[in-house]
Design a protein around this ligand. Structure first.
Ligand code: F6P
Length: 371
């Protein structure tokens, strides 16, 4: 009997997803060169996360070499994705326009079994890996692959997509520096990251920011006003700030809006404008402009590091399937590609710690966090 793998991408997209898909498909084809035809692996993809299986008609495509050739350099995901198809909390629109969340996991498990998949590879962030764990607990042979530009997964040192996001943010920062200098302006650049400040801190160091504001260190607006004034008085007469979308002032709240119907999360974004208003109100006299980078950080071609990491994750995920190490997620730890149990992988997130060396080093470089 041939053996079948189902691959899917869930949650927000991220540069490198296609490199994982290609890695899995190529490694499976390589394995097939050692196997008689009737024992070979076939790799399939479910379109739009588990929707491809749950929907009628189902949308499951065979990942032939033609479909996966050269896709590692492309952003996005050829399998499409959604963050509104959690089988355990599936959003079902009601006649009155409201949304009710239903547990469709038993139905999904039955469908996956009826389709005779020997393994599922779920590429996704923390939410997706919680789904992997729940399905594994219900008897589905599943492997997780971590992804997110936020780099906030506890079980892996780095996620692919992060370096690309930092590169995009740094390129934008560099552009803002030259125009800030010409106009003696104070530029505020807002980056993504949800509740983690990793993108912001890395960009602030790479770009050479004066101020970096992150969710983990609530800021004191008065200290920022002082720092900006000093920069104008003793420094180069302009100022560049990086702020993470989840940053908040001391005793303040994050800037968010309700997610679309069916989404489990609030939407962050717009804190740059709040900061500009707060600075003005606190007496900052500099001319301020705001830039919200938004989804540019998640788009386009992955940088080489992310292509490599994602490709290694893809190969490793297939090898975990070969070795029947289900219930695990691939990970990078201490520079080694390895695996961790889904129980461990779903145990919490990794945020920036105040005493992390990167914060101390950033302070050493003169970057103010407003604490
Ligand atoms: O988790 C990745 C991420 O890009 C966050 O940094 C951001 O807050 C969120 O997703 C945006 O989600 P959406 O694409 O649903 O607006």
């Amino acid at each position: 009997m041939t053996k079948k793998i189902l691959v899917l991408t869930g949650g927000g997209d991220c540069p490198g997803l296609n490199a994982v898909i290609r890695g899995i498909a190529k490694r499976a084809r390589k394995e097939n060169t050692t196997l008689p035809k009737e024992e070979q692996w076939e790799v399939y993809g479910s379109i739009e996360a588990f929707n491809g299986v749950l929907r009628e008609p189902q949308e499951i495509v065979k990942l032939t070499s033609k479909k996966t050739a050269g896709i590692h350099i492309k952003g996005g995901t050829i399998l499409k994705t959604t963050n509104k198809a959690n089988p355990i909390k599936y959003p079902v629109p009601q006649p009155d326009g409201s949304i009710k969340f239903e547990d469709r996991s038993a139905e999904l498990v039955k469908k996956l079994k009826d389709l005779h998949f020997d393994a599922i590879i779920n590429i996704g962030g923390d939410g997706s890996q919680k789904i992997s764990k729940a399905l594994f607990d219900q008897g589905i042979p599943i492997i997780g692959v971590p992804k997110t530009i936020d780099n906030d997964l506890a079980a892996t040192d780095v996620t692919f997509g992060f370096q690309t996001a930092v590169q995009i943010a740094t390129d934008s920062f560099d552009k803002l520096v030259t125009t800030a200098e010409s106009h003696h302006r104070c530029m505020i650049m807002e980056v993504m990251g949800r509740d983690a400040g990793w993108i912001a801190v890395h960009t602030a160091i790479a770009g050479g920011a004066e101020i970096c504001l992150i969710p983990e260190i609530p800021y004191d607006i008065k200290k920022l006003v002082k720092r900006i004034a000093l920069r104008y008085k003793n420094g180069r007469g302009f100022c560049n700030i990086v702020i993470a979308e989840g940053a908040k002032p001391k005793d303040g709240t994050v800037v968010s809006q309700k997610g679309e119907s069916g989404s489990e999360h609030v939407r962050l974004g717009g804190v740059a404008y709040q900061l500009a208003a707060q600075l003005k109100a606190a007496g900052c006299t500099a001319e301020i402009r705001e830039t919200v980078l938004g989804h540019t950080q998640r788009g386009g071609t992955p940088v080489a590091f992310d292509r490599v990491l994602a490709s290694l994750y893809g190969v490793k995920a297939f090898e975990l399937v070969l070795n029947k190490k289900f219930g695990h997620m691939v990970a990078l730890r201490n520079n080694q590609i390895t695996e961790v149990s889904l129980s461990e992988a779903t145990q919490g997130s990794r945020s920036v710690q105040k005493n992390d060396y990167i914060i101390q080093a950033a302070k050493g470089l003169g970057i103010t966090f407003g604490d």
